[in-house]
Each structure stands twice: as C-alpha cells, then as structure tokens.
Design a protein around this ligand. Structure first.
Ligand SMILES: Nc1ncnc2c1ncn2[C@@H]1O[C@H](COP(=O)(O)OP(=O)(O)OP(=O)(O)O)[C@@H](O)[C@H]1O
Ligand SMILES: [Mg+2]
Length: 471
C-alpha cells in the first residue's frame, strides 16, 4: 500500500477511535445529567403535589383536589397522580391514559431503570380526617429517551465528520510528504538495481527539512555508487580483456609445442619391444600439453559466451553424430585406462538440434573427459542420445564414485572442484562451460545417479523444426 494511503488510513483509524471515545463519553455524561435532572424535577413536583394534597385533604376539598391534579396531568409531563389512604385505597386518581390507573407503580427504580416508560415516585401525606396516606406520581420518560437518542446521533455525526476531516488532512499530508518519500524510495530501489542509471533527485518540493536531508543523502550516496560502479566495470573489462589476450596468446605456442612433441615422439629411437626410450615421459608430456590445450580452449570459449548474448552459429546439429565422433576420439584413452566406452544410439536417429556444433562437441568432450577421469580401471562409460518428447536427451554415465547430493548444485559453478588434490592439473571450468553452452541453446543440464552406481550427467536441447536438415 502507498505511504500516503497508509497515512490516511492510520489517521482515519485514530480519528475514529479518538472521536468515538469522546462521543461515547459525552453521551454517557449527557445521560447521567439528564437522569439526575429528571430525578430532581420529580422530587420537586412530588413535594408540590404532596403539599397541595395535604392542604386540600385536611379541608375535605377532595373534588377540588381532583380538578387540580387533572390540570397538573394535562399541563406537565405527568402520566399518573394517585392519592391513597392508609389501607391503600385510591381516594383521588388522575391520568392522561385511564388504563394506567390500574398499574402498580415501580417505586425505587430511577428514570434510567424504568420498565414501562414511566418513572414513579411517592411520598407520605397527612389526609386530615382520613388519617395518613400516600401520594404517588408517575412521570413519562419517552421524551427524555428520545432527546438522549438525538444527542447520541448528533455525537456520532460529529465523530464521523471529525474522522473524515482527519483522514482528508492525512491524505493531504501523504500527498505532499508521503508522495515525496515514495518517490525517494522508488529511486533508492532503482538505484540498487542499476547504479549506473542514477539521476539526482530535485531538492525542492514539499515534505519538510527531514525529507530535504533524505534527498541530499540519497543524491550523495547515488553519485558515489555510480562512480564506484563505473570504475569497477572498467576494471573488470580491462581484466577480462587482459586474460583473454593472455589465454589467446597461449594457443599458438601450445600448438607448436604439441606438434613438436609429436614429431620428436615419432623420431625417438625405439627398443626391441617397439616402445620409445623414455616412453612414460613422452606419454606424460603429450597428455599434459593436450590437457593444457583443452583448458585454454575452455577459458576462451567461456569468455566468449559471457561476452556475447547470441550464439555465433546456429545450424542443425546431429547429436548422435557428435556422440560417435567423441567416442572415437576417446577410444585410445579409454583403452589405455582399461575402461569400456559404450554408445547407446537409437535407430532411427534422434532429430537434430539447432546450434553451434563446435560448442556442443565441447560439451560432449568435457562430460566424457570427466567420466574417464572419475572411472576406475575395468569401469564402464556410456554415451546415450535419444528423443525425449520435443527435446533430444543426451546422457553420459560412468561407474565411478558419482557426485554426492550435497555437491550437485555446485559442480556447475566456475572453479568448483570437490576434491582439489585429486584434480591436480584441472581448473574446474569444464562443467561451467557445459552449462553455459546448454543454457545458450535453450536447454537444461543436470547431474544424478547412474545405475547401478556412478554419475549420470544429462542435458536436453529442443529438437530442431522438422524441415531443418543437417548440413
Ligand atoms: N563424472 C564425474 N564423477 C564424479 N565427480 C565429477 C564428475 N564430473 C565432475 N565431477 C566433479 O565436479 C567437479 C567440477 O568438474 P569440472 O569438469 O567443472 O572441473 P574439473 O574436471 O575439475 O576441471 P576442468 O574440467 O576444468 O579441467 C570436479 O572437480 C569433480 O569434483
Ligand atoms: Mg572436467
């Protein structure tokens, strides 16, 4: 909810609570006063009636008394006046409603506790020759209650008006101050998302000194964040450029070294068993330069993928053909490690996918390379490619130790290696490159368990439209 609206709501609620409390209190006080006044008026009237009854009864003028009491009933808000003798018999009784004369008065109840709309009072009286008696007067409370209801209604009206006035003023405050705070908050949010797009806020406008200070602090913070961000980006770009140049420059001498070693290996004198002198050293040097070349290639490809937002090539690629070529290239390594490499390709072959064949081949190479490295002698590695609905699924399984569940989310991170000592000579970039390539092709890559044991790396890529033919 917007700040200005929240402010208006909070003020309206407080207003309603405060004015509601005030109204309730006023109505309570008004009621108490009105009842007290009624009781006082009742006592005075009763005293006057008692005096009149006493004077006229002592003189035996009961007919005149009846007339006087009738006048009282007509003129005042009196419902009944009854004079009884010592035995409770009615001597004189007057009322504006004859049916009321038969009722028993509810003595001892105040005007607030009246059960039938009449407040009764009584007093003893000296009736002269008729002995002692009692005079009872009943007052109507209907007009009193109507007045009290009117007071309560006026109070509620005043309360509602006050709440509305408070809400309106809060809304206006919200409009001037709240809206300004909101605009600062919105700009802080966009600043944290994109510091390079920072624009200072204007200092003018409503909202008071505090908001002015807030705007100034925001402008200072935004300017320094923008400058820092620009410097960091410049530095990062320079670093990336430098390392890309270095890695790229490594490629040429590496190719020269590799072909030189291979030439030297061919020319090397051989023993009676056909093996070269220093065979193991040759093997190690060949293996290491091949690994170095692969690493350099991975670093370069990863940097290229991170720079460009689009794939440079997009053509139909047959993944089963890539799988066959990859298996052939790993044949020698697998045999020398006493492992077995199986190809699982369906007939007819799966549909092609659209993408960069060279990059996809690196994904196969990296996954099979990892499988070979993690599988003990006598183990099996398999490469499978098949259709999976609208996708083509590739899986590379091995019979090594597998990837534990807790490391699965991390293996695709750059430079992640579960057991650094075990991977001397590796950098931890292979799977990061695989993930980047697969994602760029609109696919997903994951790792799970192979059966009966080992790691199962798999990825899916969307199959190319039916009319796409492999080049
Ligand atoms: N088939 C596998 N079986 C078990 N663990 C694996 C397997 N493949 C990868 N891993 C784990 O994932 C980590 C990351 O693999 P990744 O290919 O990214 O790096 P690397 O092989 O160590 O180095 P690089 O491929 O850059 O030479 C490995 O160090 C290893 O711990
Ligand atoms: Mg690897």
């Amino acid at each position: 909810m917007r700040l200005s609206h929240s402010l208006a709501l909070v003020f309206a609620l407080f207003g309603a609570l405060i004015t509601g409390g005030l109204v309730a209190r006023n109505v309570r006080v008004a009621r108490r006063d009105a009842y007290a006044r009624t009781e006082r008026l009742g006592a005075v009237t009763l005293e006057a009636v008692r005096a009149l009854v006493q004077v006229q009864a002592r003189q035996g003028r009961f007919i005149e008394l009846g007339r006087n009491l009738g006048g009282l009933v007509r003129l005042a808000d009196v419902a009944t006046v009854v004079v009884r003798d010592g035995r409770g018999r009615r001597l004189v009784a007057r009322s504006d409603d004859l049916s009321l004369l038969a009722r028993r008065p509810h003595l001892g109840r105040g005007p607030a506790q009246s059960v039938d709309g009449i407040y009764d009072v009584s007093a003893p009286v000296d009736l002269g020759a008729r002995g002692r008696g009692v005079v009872e007067v009943g007052f109507r409370t209907a007009s009193l209650e109507a007045r009290l209801r009117a007071i309560a209604a006026e109070g509620v009206q005043a309360g509602v008006t006050a709440s509305l006035a408070l809400a309106l003023s809060a809304w206006l405050i919200g409009l001037f101050a709240g809206e300004r705070i909101e605009s600062v908050v919105a700009r802080i949010e966009s600043l944290s998302a994109a510091p390079e797009r920072f624009r200072p806020l204007g200092r003018g406008g409503a909202g008071g000194a505090e908001i002015g200070r807030l705007v100034e602090a925001f402008n200072r913070m935004g300017a320094s964040l923008k400058a820092e961000n620009q410097a960091r980006r410049r530095l990062e770009a320079e670093k990336r450029e430098l390392s890309a140049m270095l890695v790229h420059d490594l490629k040429t001498p590496l190719t020269v070294i590799r072909s030189g070693i291979s030439l030297l290996g061919e020319l090397a004198p051989r023993g009676a068993d056909g093996k070269r002198d220093h065979e193991r050293t040759y093997e190690l040097v060949e293996l290491s330069t091949a690994r170095l070349q692969r690493m350099v290639e991975d670093v370069l490809q990863l940097a290229k993928l991170e720079e460009a937002s689009e794939l440079q090539r997009e053509e139909p690629v047959a993944l089963d053909v890539l799988a066959r070529a990859c298996a052939k290239d790993f044949e020698l390594v697998v045999t020398s490690r006493k492992q077995r490499l199986e190809l699982r390709l369906p007939d007819p072959p799966p549909p092609p996918v659209l993408g960069d064949g060279a990059l996809l081949r690196r994904v196969f190479d990296n996954l099979v390379h990892n499988a070979v490295e993690h599988t003990p002698a006598g183990g099996v590695i398999s490469i499978g490619v098949r259709r999976d609905g609208a996708d083509v699924l590739v899986e590379i399984c091995d019979s090594g130790p597998g990837v534990p569940a807790e490391a699965r989310a991390d293996v695709f991170r750059k430079f992640f290696q579960k057991d650094v000592k075990r991977h001397v000579g590796n950098v931890g970039l292979g799977l990061a490159l695989c993930e980047k390539v697969v994602l760029r092709h609109g696919g997903v890559i994951a790792v799970g368990d192979a059966q009966p044991k080992g790691a199962r790396f798999y990825f899916t890529l969307p199959a190319a439209p039916a009319d796409a033919a492999v080049a």
